[in-house]
Design a protein around this ligand. Structure first.
Ligand SMILES: *Cc1c(COP(=O)(O)O)cnc(C)c1O
Length: 484
Protein backbone atom coordinates (compact mmCIF):
# COMPACT_ATOMS: atom_id res chain seq x y z
CA UNK A 1 0.00 0.00 0.00
CA UNK A 2 1.21 3.52 -0.76
CA UNK A 3 -0.04 7.01 0.03
CA UNK A 4 0.55 10.51 -1.24
CA UNK A 5 3.05 12.75 0.55
CA UNK A 6 0.57 15.65 0.29
CA UNK A 7 -2.70 14.16 1.55
CA UNK A 8 -4.22 10.99 2.98
CA UNK A 9 -4.90 9.66 -0.51
CA UNK A 10 -4.07 5.92 -0.38
CA UNK A 11 -3.88 3.41 -3.24
CA UNK A 12 -2.57 -0.05 -4.06
CA UNK A 13 0.99 0.01 -5.34
CA UNK A 14 -0.07 -1.12 -8.82
CA UNK A 15 -2.37 1.90 -9.09
CA UNK A 16 0.46 4.21 -8.02
CA UNK A 17 2.64 2.83 -10.81
CA UNK A 18 -0.03 3.84 -13.31
CA UNK A 19 -0.60 7.23 -11.68
CA UNK A 20 3.03 8.37 -11.44
CA UNK A 21 2.25 11.43 -9.36
CA UNK A 22 -0.64 11.31 -6.91
CA UNK A 23 -3.73 13.32 -8.03
CA UNK A 24 -2.91 15.99 -5.42
CA UNK A 25 0.54 16.53 -6.92
CA UNK A 26 2.31 14.59 -4.17
CA UNK A 27 4.60 11.61 -4.53
CA UNK A 28 3.63 8.13 -3.45
CA UNK A 29 5.40 6.63 -0.43
CA UNK A 30 4.98 3.26 1.27
CA UNK A 31 2.64 3.29 4.25
CA UNK A 32 4.73 0.64 5.96
CA UNK A 33 7.84 -1.25 4.95
CA UNK A 34 8.44 -4.92 5.64
CA UNK A 35 11.67 -6.03 7.31
CA UNK A 36 13.89 -8.37 5.31
CA UNK A 37 14.91 -11.72 6.65
CA UNK A 38 18.60 -11.35 5.80
CA UNK A 39 19.53 -14.87 6.96
CA UNK A 40 17.37 -16.33 4.23
CA UNK A 41 18.71 -14.14 1.46
CA UNK A 42 22.41 -14.93 1.44
CA UNK A 43 22.47 -17.25 -1.53
CA UNK A 44 19.77 -15.72 -3.71
CA UNK A 45 20.47 -14.89 -7.35
CA UNK A 46 19.69 -11.40 -8.65
CA UNK A 47 16.37 -12.59 -10.05
CA UNK A 48 15.43 -14.34 -6.83
CA UNK A 49 16.31 -11.25 -4.80
CA UNK A 50 14.21 -9.11 -7.15
CA UNK A 51 11.25 -11.47 -6.89
CA UNK A 52 11.41 -11.49 -3.10
CA UNK A 53 11.59 -7.68 -2.85
CA UNK A 54 8.78 -7.23 -5.37
CA UNK A 55 6.56 -9.67 -3.49
CA UNK A 56 7.08 -7.67 -0.33
CA UNK A 57 6.39 -4.29 -1.92
CA UNK A 58 3.89 -4.93 -4.70
CA UNK A 59 1.22 -6.29 -2.40
CA UNK A 60 -1.51 -6.67 -5.00
CA UNK A 61 0.49 -8.58 -7.60
CA UNK A 62 0.46 -12.35 -7.47
CA UNK A 63 3.55 -14.53 -7.25
CA UNK A 64 2.87 -15.73 -10.80
CA UNK A 65 2.59 -12.20 -12.17
CA UNK A 66 5.81 -11.09 -10.54
CA UNK A 67 7.65 -14.22 -11.55
CA UNK A 68 6.68 -13.50 -15.13
CA UNK A 69 7.78 -9.87 -14.83
CA UNK A 70 11.18 -10.86 -13.49
CA UNK A 71 11.73 -13.67 -15.98
CA UNK A 72 10.80 -11.55 -18.97
CA UNK A 73 12.90 -8.55 -17.92
CA UNK A 74 15.90 -9.98 -16.12
CA UNK A 75 16.38 -12.85 -18.57
CA UNK A 76 19.63 -14.58 -19.44
CA UNK A 77 20.58 -12.14 -22.19
CA UNK A 78 20.03 -9.20 -19.88
CA UNK A 79 22.94 -10.51 -17.82
CA UNK A 80 25.32 -10.75 -20.78
CA UNK A 81 27.42 -8.91 -19.79
CA UNK A 82 26.14 -8.59 -16.23
CA UNK A 83 24.74 -5.14 -15.47
CA UNK A 84 25.34 -5.74 -11.75
CA UNK A 85 28.91 -6.47 -10.71
CA UNK A 86 30.83 -5.60 -7.57
CA UNK A 87 34.56 -4.93 -7.94
CA UNK A 88 36.84 -4.51 -4.98
CA UNK A 89 39.58 -2.09 -4.01
CA UNK A 90 41.19 -1.01 -0.78
CA UNK A 91 38.36 -0.80 1.82
CA UNK A 92 35.80 0.10 -0.86
CA UNK A 93 34.06 -1.55 -3.77
CA UNK A 94 32.24 -0.29 -6.82
CA UNK A 95 28.74 -1.42 -7.62
CA UNK A 96 28.93 -1.30 -11.41
CA UNK A 97 25.49 -0.75 -12.89
CA UNK A 98 26.33 0.45 -16.37
CA UNK A 99 26.55 -2.67 -18.49
CA UNK A 100 22.89 -2.73 -19.47
CA UNK A 101 21.44 -1.93 -22.88
CA UNK A 102 21.97 1.82 -22.69
CA UNK A 103 25.06 1.85 -20.46
CA UNK A 104 23.74 3.57 -17.33
CA UNK A 105 22.10 2.33 -14.12
CA UNK A 106 18.70 3.50 -15.36
CA UNK A 107 18.49 0.24 -17.34
CA UNK A 108 18.02 -1.72 -14.13
CA UNK A 109 14.64 -0.14 -13.44
CA UNK A 110 13.51 0.90 -16.91
CA UNK A 111 13.91 -2.56 -18.39
CA UNK A 112 11.40 -3.88 -15.88
CA UNK A 113 9.02 -0.90 -15.49
CA UNK A 114 7.14 -1.60 -18.75
CA UNK A 115 6.30 -5.11 -17.47
CA UNK A 116 5.24 -3.79 -14.08
CA UNK A 117 2.95 -1.34 -15.87
CA UNK A 118 1.53 -4.10 -18.03
CA UNK A 119 0.63 -6.20 -14.99
CA UNK A 120 -0.66 -3.14 -13.11
CA UNK A 121 -3.03 -2.42 -15.97
CA UNK A 122 -4.45 -5.93 -15.73
CA UNK A 123 -5.08 -5.51 -12.01
CA UNK A 124 -6.80 -2.18 -12.60
CA UNK A 125 -8.83 -3.36 -15.61
CA UNK A 126 -7.18 -1.00 -18.04
CA UNK A 127 -6.59 -2.00 -21.65
CA UNK A 128 -5.86 1.34 -23.33
CA UNK A 129 -2.39 1.90 -24.80
CA UNK A 130 0.13 4.02 -22.87
CA UNK A 131 1.65 7.37 -23.64
CA UNK A 132 4.86 7.45 -21.62
CA UNK A 133 5.97 11.01 -20.86
CA UNK A 134 9.52 11.54 -19.70
CA UNK A 135 11.94 14.33 -18.92
CA UNK A 136 15.56 13.28 -19.07
CA UNK A 137 18.97 14.63 -18.27
CA UNK A 138 20.21 12.02 -20.74
CA UNK A 139 20.23 8.50 -19.37
CA UNK A 140 16.56 8.05 -18.47
CA UNK A 141 15.60 8.93 -22.05
CA UNK A 142 17.61 6.15 -23.70
CA UNK A 143 16.74 3.57 -21.07
CA UNK A 144 13.03 4.40 -21.23
CA UNK A 145 13.05 4.37 -25.05
CA UNK A 146 14.79 1.02 -25.00
CA UNK A 147 12.40 -0.42 -22.42
CA UNK A 148 9.12 0.93 -23.73
CA UNK A 149 9.67 0.67 -27.48
CA UNK A 150 9.42 -3.13 -27.11
CA UNK A 151 5.68 -2.77 -26.69
CA UNK A 152 4.51 -1.79 -30.16
CA UNK A 153 1.17 -0.21 -29.27
CA UNK A 154 2.59 2.22 -26.69
CA UNK A 155 3.84 5.72 -27.35
CA UNK A 156 6.76 7.39 -25.66
CA UNK A 157 7.63 11.08 -25.60
CA UNK A 158 11.02 12.19 -24.28
CA UNK A 159 12.10 15.75 -23.52
CA UNK A 160 15.79 16.46 -23.03
CA UNK A 161 17.73 19.72 -22.59
CA UNK A 162 19.52 20.42 -25.89
CA UNK A 163 22.75 21.59 -24.37
CA UNK A 164 22.57 19.39 -21.30
CA UNK A 165 23.27 15.94 -22.70
CA UNK A 166 26.39 14.40 -24.20
CA UNK A 167 26.70 13.84 -27.95
CA UNK A 168 26.58 10.10 -27.33
CA UNK A 169 23.40 10.36 -25.25
CA UNK A 170 21.70 12.42 -27.95
CA UNK A 171 22.58 9.96 -30.70
CA UNK A 172 21.50 7.10 -28.49
CA UNK A 173 18.05 8.61 -27.96
CA UNK A 174 17.62 9.52 -31.62
CA UNK A 175 18.41 5.95 -32.53
CA UNK A 176 15.04 4.93 -31.12
CA UNK A 177 13.03 7.75 -32.71
CA UNK A 178 10.03 6.65 -34.79
CA UNK A 179 6.28 7.25 -35.00
CA UNK A 180 5.74 5.78 -31.55
CA UNK A 181 8.92 7.07 -29.93
CA UNK A 182 9.24 10.84 -30.09
CA UNK A 183 12.34 12.60 -28.87
CA UNK A 184 12.43 16.37 -28.43
CA UNK A 185 15.31 18.63 -27.49
CA UNK A 186 14.15 21.60 -25.42
CA UNK A 187 16.14 24.84 -25.39
CA UNK A 188 16.41 24.89 -21.63
CA UNK A 189 17.81 22.80 -18.81
CA UNK A 190 16.65 19.60 -17.14
CA UNK A 191 14.56 21.44 -14.55
CA UNK A 192 12.66 23.11 -17.40
CA UNK A 193 11.96 19.73 -18.99
CA UNK A 194 10.89 18.24 -15.67
CA UNK A 195 8.59 21.20 -14.94
CA UNK A 196 6.94 20.92 -18.37
CA UNK A 197 6.34 17.22 -17.87
CA UNK A 198 4.90 17.75 -14.39
CA UNK A 199 2.53 20.42 -15.74
CA UNK A 200 1.44 18.11 -18.52
CA UNK A 201 0.68 15.40 -15.97
CA UNK A 202 -1.44 17.84 -14.06
CA UNK A 203 -3.39 19.27 -17.01
CA UNK A 204 -3.65 16.71 -19.78
CA UNK A 205 -6.82 14.63 -19.77
CA UNK A 206 -6.95 11.67 -22.15
CA UNK A 207 -9.82 9.39 -23.16
CA UNK A 208 -8.25 6.60 -25.13
CA UNK A 209 -4.77 6.34 -23.67
CA UNK A 210 -3.06 6.28 -20.28
CA UNK A 211 -0.42 8.82 -19.50
CA UNK A 212 2.45 7.15 -17.69
CA UNK A 213 5.58 8.56 -16.07
CA UNK A 214 8.93 6.84 -16.54
CA UNK A 215 10.72 9.30 -14.25
CA UNK A 216 11.74 8.41 -10.73
CA UNK A 217 8.69 10.22 -9.37
CA UNK A 218 7.11 6.87 -10.29
CA UNK A 219 7.36 4.45 -7.37
CA UNK A 220 7.74 1.73 -10.00
CA UNK A 221 11.15 3.18 -10.81
CA UNK A 222 12.28 3.16 -7.19
CA UNK A 223 11.27 -0.41 -6.31
CA UNK A 224 13.65 -2.20 -8.74
CA UNK A 225 16.49 0.04 -7.56
CA UNK A 226 16.20 -1.29 -4.01
CA UNK A 227 17.13 -4.73 -5.28
CA UNK A 228 20.72 -4.01 -6.29
CA UNK A 229 21.60 -2.57 -2.89
CA UNK A 230 20.45 -5.75 -1.21
CA UNK A 231 22.04 -8.03 -3.78
CA UNK A 232 25.39 -6.23 -3.70
CA UNK A 233 25.49 -6.33 0.10
CA UNK A 234 25.35 -10.11 -0.11
CA UNK A 235 27.94 -10.05 -2.87
CA UNK A 236 30.29 -8.29 -0.44
CA UNK A 237 29.60 -11.08 2.05
CA UNK A 238 30.21 -13.80 -0.53
CA UNK A 239 33.50 -12.11 -1.44
CA UNK A 240 34.52 -11.94 2.24
CA UNK A 241 34.55 -8.16 2.43
CA UNK A 242 32.04 -7.93 5.27
CA UNK A 243 30.14 -10.32 7.52
CA UNK A 244 26.38 -10.65 7.71
CA UNK A 245 25.07 -7.85 9.88
CA UNK A 246 28.09 -5.57 9.44
CA UNK A 247 27.11 -2.08 8.34
CA UNK A 248 28.50 -0.57 5.15
CA UNK A 249 28.50 2.97 3.74
CA UNK A 250 26.86 3.59 0.39
CA UNK A 251 28.03 6.49 -1.76
CA UNK A 252 25.72 7.63 -4.55
CA UNK A 253 26.24 10.31 -7.21
CA UNK A 254 22.92 12.09 -6.85
CA UNK A 255 20.64 14.16 -9.08
CA UNK A 256 16.93 13.59 -8.63
CA UNK A 257 17.51 11.74 -5.31
CA UNK A 258 15.91 8.57 -6.73
CA UNK A 259 18.82 6.18 -6.53
CA UNK A 260 19.84 7.14 -3.00
CA UNK A 261 16.21 7.12 -1.91
CA UNK A 262 16.09 3.47 -2.98
CA UNK A 263 19.14 2.83 -0.78
CA UNK A 264 17.37 4.62 2.07
CA UNK A 265 14.35 2.34 1.65
CA UNK A 266 16.67 -0.68 1.74
CA UNK A 267 18.00 0.65 5.05
CA UNK A 268 14.47 1.00 6.37
CA UNK A 269 13.88 -2.61 5.35
CA UNK A 270 16.77 -3.66 7.56
CA UNK A 271 19.79 -3.67 5.24
CA UNK A 272 22.78 -2.83 7.47
CA UNK A 273 23.87 0.60 6.22
CA UNK A 274 25.91 2.99 8.34
CA UNK A 275 25.96 6.18 6.24
CA UNK A 276 24.16 7.08 3.03
CA UNK A 277 26.53 9.48 1.34
CA UNK A 278 25.02 11.90 -1.16
CA UNK A 279 27.52 13.16 -3.73
CA UNK A 280 26.75 16.36 -5.67
CA UNK A 281 28.58 18.26 -8.39
CA UNK A 282 28.70 22.08 -8.58
CA UNK A 283 24.90 22.04 -8.38
CA UNK A 284 25.19 21.45 -4.67
CA UNK A 285 21.63 22.21 -3.55
CA UNK A 286 21.40 18.99 -1.58
CA UNK A 287 24.72 19.45 0.19
CA UNK A 288 23.68 22.93 1.26
CA UNK A 289 20.27 21.74 2.44
CA UNK A 290 21.62 18.87 4.52
CA UNK A 291 24.36 21.12 5.96
CA UNK A 292 22.47 24.26 6.97
CA UNK A 293 18.80 23.41 6.55
CA UNK A 294 18.20 25.93 3.75
CA UNK A 295 16.66 24.49 0.61
CA UNK A 296 17.34 27.14 -2.00
CA UNK A 297 16.12 26.45 -5.52
CA UNK A 298 16.31 30.04 -6.75
CA UNK A 299 19.79 29.74 -8.23
CA UNK A 300 21.76 29.28 -11.42
CA UNK A 301 22.04 25.79 -12.80
CA UNK A 302 25.63 25.04 -13.79
CA UNK A 303 26.46 22.89 -16.76
CA UNK A 304 28.98 20.30 -15.61
CA UNK A 305 30.76 17.23 -16.96
CA UNK A 306 28.34 15.09 -14.93
CA UNK A 307 25.17 16.29 -16.72
CA UNK A 308 22.83 13.66 -15.26
CA UNK A 309 23.26 15.44 -11.94
CA UNK A 310 22.70 18.96 -13.28
CA UNK A 311 19.46 19.32 -11.37
CA UNK A 312 18.23 21.88 -8.89
CA UNK A 313 14.84 20.50 -7.91
CA UNK A 314 15.42 16.91 -6.82
CA UNK A 315 11.92 15.47 -7.06
CA UNK A 316 12.43 12.53 -4.75
CA UNK A 317 13.68 14.67 -1.89
CA UNK A 318 10.01 15.34 -1.17
CA UNK A 319 9.66 11.71 -0.15
CA UNK A 320 12.42 12.07 2.41
CA UNK A 321 11.26 15.45 3.70
CA UNK A 322 7.89 13.82 4.30
CA UNK A 323 9.61 11.37 6.66
CA UNK A 324 11.46 14.20 8.37
CA UNK A 325 8.16 15.97 8.98
CA UNK A 326 6.94 12.84 10.77
CA UNK A 327 4.72 11.91 7.83
CA UNK A 328 2.60 15.01 8.31
CA UNK A 329 1.09 15.65 4.87
CA UNK A 330 -0.30 19.08 5.76
CA UNK A 331 3.08 20.35 6.85
CA UNK A 332 4.77 18.77 3.83
CA UNK A 333 2.32 20.44 1.46
CA UNK A 334 2.92 23.82 3.06
CA UNK A 335 6.67 23.28 2.90
CA UNK A 336 6.69 22.37 -0.80
CA UNK A 337 4.27 25.08 -1.85
CA UNK A 338 6.12 27.82 -0.08
CA UNK A 339 9.38 26.49 -1.51
CA UNK A 340 8.04 26.98 -5.02
CA UNK A 341 6.58 30.40 -4.28
CA UNK A 342 9.55 31.82 -2.39
CA UNK A 343 12.39 29.99 -4.08
CA UNK A 344 13.70 28.76 -0.78
CA UNK A 345 12.61 27.31 2.51
CA UNK A 346 14.17 26.17 5.75
CA UNK A 347 13.89 22.88 7.57
CA UNK A 348 15.72 22.76 10.83
CA UNK A 349 15.13 19.04 11.31
CA UNK A 350 17.44 18.12 8.47
CA UNK A 351 20.51 19.47 10.27
CA UNK A 352 20.10 16.81 12.93
CA UNK A 353 20.09 13.93 10.45
CA UNK A 354 22.98 11.58 10.95
CA UNK A 355 22.13 8.78 8.52
CA UNK A 356 22.87 10.92 5.47
CA UNK A 357 26.18 12.62 4.79
CA UNK A 358 26.62 14.97 1.87
CA UNK A 359 29.39 16.75 0.03
CA UNK A 360 30.22 18.06 -3.42
CA UNK A 361 32.97 17.77 -6.02
CA UNK A 362 34.13 20.64 -8.20
CA UNK A 363 34.86 20.12 -11.88
CA UNK A 364 38.61 20.25 -11.24
CA UNK A 365 38.37 17.70 -8.45
CA UNK A 366 36.24 15.42 -10.60
CA UNK A 367 38.63 15.47 -13.54
CA UNK A 368 41.66 14.94 -11.31
CA UNK A 369 39.93 11.95 -9.73
CA UNK A 370 39.33 10.29 -13.11
CA UNK A 371 43.07 10.49 -13.83
CA UNK A 372 44.05 9.39 -10.32
CA UNK A 373 41.78 6.32 -10.36
CA UNK A 374 43.14 5.36 -13.77
CA UNK A 375 46.72 5.66 -12.50
CA UNK A 376 46.19 3.90 -9.19
CA UNK A 377 43.53 1.30 -9.90
CA UNK A 378 43.79 0.92 -13.68
CA UNK A 379 40.07 1.51 -14.16
CA UNK A 380 38.09 4.21 -15.93
CA UNK A 381 35.26 5.74 -13.96
CA UNK A 382 32.74 8.06 -15.56
CA UNK A 383 32.39 11.69 -14.36
CA UNK A 384 29.34 10.90 -12.18
CA UNK A 385 31.13 8.05 -10.45
CA UNK A 386 34.17 10.31 -10.08
CA UNK A 387 32.01 12.82 -8.19
CA UNK A 388 31.07 9.99 -5.82
CA UNK A 389 34.69 9.00 -5.40
CA UNK A 390 35.78 12.59 -4.58
CA UNK A 391 33.02 12.90 -2.00
CA UNK A 392 33.91 9.49 -0.54
CA UNK A 393 37.53 10.59 -0.06
CA UNK A 394 36.47 13.89 1.49
CA UNK A 395 34.26 11.98 3.89
CA UNK A 396 37.07 9.58 4.88
CA UNK A 397 39.53 12.46 5.37
CA UNK A 398 37.06 14.26 7.57
CA UNK A 399 35.75 11.39 9.68
CA UNK A 400 38.45 8.67 9.50
CA UNK A 401 35.50 6.29 9.28
CA UNK A 402 36.79 2.77 8.57
CA UNK A 403 33.43 1.31 7.58
CA UNK A 404 33.59 -0.65 4.33
CA UNK A 405 32.09 1.48 1.55
CA UNK A 406 30.18 0.73 -1.63
CA UNK A 407 30.42 3.38 -4.37
CA UNK A 408 27.74 3.27 -7.02
CA UNK A 409 29.19 3.43 -10.52
CA UNK A 410 26.33 4.78 -12.57
CA UNK A 411 27.40 5.09 -16.21
CA UNK A 412 29.92 3.95 -18.76
CA UNK A 413 32.76 6.47 -19.11
CA UNK A 414 32.47 6.19 -22.87
CA UNK A 415 29.03 7.81 -22.77
CA UNK A 416 30.76 11.01 -21.67
CA UNK A 417 33.76 10.88 -23.94
CA UNK A 418 34.45 14.63 -24.23
CA UNK A 419 34.56 14.96 -20.46
CA UNK A 420 36.78 11.89 -20.17
CA UNK A 421 39.23 13.26 -22.73
CA UNK A 422 39.37 16.55 -20.96
CA UNK A 423 40.09 14.74 -17.68
CA UNK A 424 42.81 12.67 -19.32
CA UNK A 425 44.34 15.77 -20.87
CA UNK A 426 43.50 14.78 -24.43
CA UNK A 427 42.37 17.32 -27.05
CA UNK A 428 38.84 17.28 -28.49
CA UNK A 429 38.56 14.76 -31.32
CA UNK A 430 36.94 15.35 -34.71
CA UNK A 431 34.16 12.81 -34.05
CA UNK A 432 32.88 10.56 -31.27
CA UNK A 433 34.21 7.37 -32.77
CA UNK A 434 37.78 8.65 -32.95
CA UNK A 435 37.35 10.12 -29.51
CA UNK A 436 36.42 6.72 -28.08
CA UNK A 437 39.02 4.70 -29.94
CA UNK A 438 41.84 7.01 -28.85
CA UNK A 439 40.83 6.68 -25.20
CA UNK A 440 40.63 2.90 -25.58
CA UNK A 441 44.15 2.86 -27.01
CA UNK A 442 45.55 5.22 -24.41
CA UNK A 443 44.03 3.42 -21.42
CA UNK A 444 43.85 -0.15 -22.68
CA UNK A 445 40.27 -0.29 -21.42
CA UNK A 446 37.77 -1.27 -24.13
CA UNK A 447 34.31 0.21 -24.55
CA UNK A 448 31.29 -2.06 -24.89
CA UNK A 449 31.08 -3.33 -28.47
CA UNK A 450 27.35 -2.54 -28.52
CA UNK A 451 28.25 1.15 -28.35
CA UNK A 452 29.41 1.04 -31.95
CA UNK A 453 25.77 0.79 -33.08
CA UNK A 454 25.03 4.19 -31.60
CA UNK A 455 27.97 5.89 -33.25
CA UNK A 456 26.58 5.40 -36.75
CA UNK A 457 23.38 7.27 -35.83
CA UNK A 458 22.98 10.68 -37.48
CA UNK A 459 21.38 13.62 -35.71
CA UNK A 460 19.48 14.81 -38.77
CA UNK A 461 16.17 13.65 -37.32
CA UNK A 462 16.64 15.90 -34.30
CA UNK A 463 13.65 18.09 -33.35
CA UNK A 464 14.24 21.16 -31.20
CA UNK A 465 11.51 23.00 -29.31
CA UNK A 466 11.76 26.50 -27.88
CA UNK A 467 11.29 26.45 -24.12
CA UNK A 468 8.26 28.74 -24.36
CA UNK A 469 6.56 26.47 -26.93
CA UNK A 470 7.41 23.04 -25.55
CA UNK A 471 4.47 22.75 -23.17
CA UNK A 472 1.79 23.65 -25.73
CA UNK A 473 3.42 21.59 -28.50
CA UNK A 474 3.50 18.45 -26.39
CA UNK A 475 0.03 19.15 -25.01
CA UNK A 476 -1.25 19.25 -28.58
CA UNK A 477 0.71 16.17 -29.58
CA UNK A 478 -0.67 14.12 -26.70
CA UNK A 479 -4.19 15.21 -27.68
CA UNK A 480 -3.60 14.06 -31.25
CA UNK A 481 -2.25 10.69 -30.21
CA UNK A 482 -5.15 10.25 -27.84
CA UNK A 483 -7.68 10.93 -30.61
CA UNK A 484 -5.85 8.91 -33.22
C1 LIG B 1 20.37 9.58 -13.35
C2 LIG B 1 21.81 9.55 -13.06
C3 LIG B 1 22.34 9.94 -11.81
C4 LIG B 1 21.47 10.52 -10.73
O1 LIG B 1 20.57 9.58 -10.19
P1 LIG B 1 19.29 10.09 -9.37
O2 LIG B 1 18.49 8.88 -9.11
O3 LIG B 1 18.59 11.06 -10.28
O4 LIG B 1 19.80 10.75 -8.14
C5 LIG B 1 23.69 9.79 -11.59
N1 LIG B 1 24.51 9.31 -12.54
C6 LIG B 1 24.05 8.94 -13.76
C7 LIG B 1 25.00 8.43 -14.77
C8 LIG B 1 22.69 9.03 -14.05
O5 LIG B 1 22.24 8.67 -15.27
Amino acid sequence: MVKSTRSDHKVKTSKAILDGLAPDGGLYVFTDLPILNLQEMKELSYQETALLVFELLLEDMSHEQLKKVVEESYHEDFFKPSPVTVTHHDNHSYLNLYNGETFAFKDMALSILPKLIQESKKLNDITKPNIVLTATSGDTGSAALSGFSKNKEDYIIVLYPTSGVSAFQEKQMLQFANKHAMVFGVEGNFDDCQTIVKQLFKNVKTNNTNIISANSINIGRIIPQIVYYIYSYFQLIRDNKVELGTEINVVVPTGNFGNIYAAYLATKMGLPINKLIVASNDNNVLHEFFSNGVYNIDRTLYKTISPSMDIIISSNLERYIYDLLNEDSDQLKIFMESLLVNGSNELDAIKRITKFKTDMATETETKAMIQKVLDEDAILIDPHTAVARVVYEKYIDLTKDETYSLLVSTASPYKFIDAMRSALDMPKASNIKTAIVEVEVKTGIPSDIRMKDVLGQTTENKIILKKADAYSEIFKLVGEIDEY
